[in-house]
Write a protein that binds this ligand. Structure first.
Ligand code: HPA
Ligand code: ZN
Length: 343
C-alpha cells in the first residue's frame, strides 16, 4: 500500500466496536507480569513468547488454535493491579492509533478464574481503569460484558447481573462469544431477552465458526442488534437480504477471520460484497495481540486487498458511529463528530 494511505489511515479518527480486552495485551506486559508474579513461561523474551499468544505464519488456522491463545492468557489475570494495568494499556494503545470511540469487551469469567473473586469485583476494576485512562487520553470507551457459549447459562446470568450493577459506570452491552460450532445460542435466549429489557445493546458472535443458520438464530431468536463477524451469512442469500432489510450491523474483523481460518485469504474476504449488497458492515480488530494488528493496519489491509476505497471505509466508520451502544443523544453527538471529522 502506498505510504500516503498509511499516514491518512493512521491520522484518521476511527471507531472499534469489537475488541476483546483479553486478546489485546502487550507482549512486554505479559513478560513483566510473569517476572513479578513468578509465572513460569516457555520463554523469557518477547519473541519466544509470541507463538504462545499470537497466531503465527504457518500455524494451522482453526478455532481450536485461535481459542487456545485465550486459555494461555487466562494464566495472567492475578490481581487488581494487573487488570487495571492491562485495561489502561489497551485504551492507551487504541488512543495512540487515533481510535476515538471504542467498545471494549471482556469476559468476567476469564478475568476472575484465578482470583476467585466475584464478577462485580473484576468489572469494578475494569470500569475504574477505563475512567482513569479515558481522562488521560483522547478517546471515549464503553464496555461490553462477554460470556461464552461453551460455558454455562448460569455464568451468563451472573454476568448480566454484574452488567446491571455497572450500567451507570459505562457497561452498555452484552456479548455471546466462544466456541460456536456445536454450541447453539438458543439456551441463552431468555438471558438476552432480559438484557434487552434492561436496556443493553446485544451483540452475538455468529457466522464465524458455524454457518448462516447460526446468524439467523442470533438475529431472530436472540434479537441481536449487532453480529460479531457474520461473515458466513453468505451461505444463505435470503439471510443477506434479511440482514440488509433489518439493518443488522456486522462487526467484521477481517484479520481475525483470515488467521482463524474462517476466510482463506484477505482478497476472498466477503466484507466488500456484503457491504455492496446493502448489509451494514463495520471494520474492527477483535484481538490486537493475538492477531498482531491495529485498527489502522486492519483498514490498511482492507484498502490493499479488497475493492473498498477510502470513502467506503469512511462509510463503514459512519455505520459504526450509528451502531454504537450509546444513549440516543450521545450517539447522535458521536455521529455528528465523525461526520465533521471524515468530511
Ligand atoms: N469468536 C468467538 N469467541 C471469541 C473470539 C472470536 O473471534 N475472540 C474472542 N473470543
Ligand atoms: Zn470477537
Amino acid at each position: 500500500m502506498i505510504d500516503t494511505h498509511l499516514t491518512t489511515v493512521h491520522t484518521m479518527p476511527k471507531i472499534d466496536l469489537h475488541r476483546h480486552l483479553e486478546g489485546s495485551l502487550r507482549l512486554e506486559t505479559l513478560l513483566a507480569i510473569a517476572l513479578e508474579y513468578d509465572i513460569t513461561l516457555p520463554s523469557d523474551d518477547v519473541e519466544g513468547l509470541r507463538p504462545f499468544v499470537q497466531m503465527m505464519p504457518g500455524e494451522p488456522r482453526n478455532w481450536q488454535q485461535f481459542l487456545s491463545k485465550f486459555k494461555i492468557l487466562r494464566q495472567f489475570y492475578r490481581s487488581e493491579k494487573i487488570i487495571k494495568r492491562v485495561t489502561h494499556e489497551v485504551i492507551a494503545d487504541a488512543a495512540a492509533d487515533n481510535v476515538k470511540y471504542m467498545e471494549l469487551r471482556f469476559t468476567p469469567q476469564a478475568l476472575n478464574n484465578l482470583m476467585h473473586c466475584n464478577y462485580d469485583q473484576v468489572v469494578a476494576w475494569v470500569c475504574e481503569a477505563t475512567e482513569t485512562a479515558t481522562a488521560e487520553y483522547d478517546i471515549e470507551v464503553m464496555l461490553i460484558l462477554s460470556m461464552n457459549r461453551h460455558e454455562s447459562v448460569e455464568i451468563g446470568d451472573q454476568v448480566l447481573d454484574a452488567a446491571i450493577n455497572f450500567a451507570d459506570r459505562g457497561v452498555v452491552g452484552l456479548d455471546l462469544a466462544g466456541q460456536e460450532d456445536g454450541y447453539s445460542a438458543l439456551p441463552f435466549r431468555s438471558l438476552f431477552e432480559r438484557a434487552k429489557s434492561e436496556g443493553f445493546g446485544v451483540t452475538i458472535h455468529a457466522g464465524e465458526w458455524a454457518g448462516a443458520n447460526s446468524v439467523r438464530e442470533a438475529v431472530e431468536a436472540l434479537g441481536a442488534d449487532r453480529i460479531g463477524h457474520g461473515v458466513r451469512t453468505f451461505e444463505d442469500p435470503s439471510l443477506v437480504e434479511l440482514l440488509a432489510a433489518r439493518g443488522t450491523v456486522l462487526e467484521i474483523c477481517p484479520t481475525s477471520n483470515v488467521q482463524s481460518g474462517v476466510v482463506a485469504t484477505f482478497p476472498t474476504h466477503p466484507l466488500a460484497e456484503l457491504y455492496q449488497r446493502g448489509v451494514r458492515t463495520t471494520i474492527n480488530t477483535d484481538d490486537p495481540l493475538i492477531c498482531n494488528v491495529t485498527m489502522s493496519a486492519e483498514i490498511g489491509q482492507v484498502l490493499e486487498h479488497t475493492p473498498l476505497t477510502i470513502d467506503d471505509v469512511k462509510a463503514n466508520l459512519m455505520t459504526a458511529a450509528q451502531a454504537a451502544f450509546l444513549p440516543d443523544e450521545r450517539r447522535a453527538a458521536l455521529v455528528s463528530q465523525f461526520e465533521a471529522w471524515l468530511a
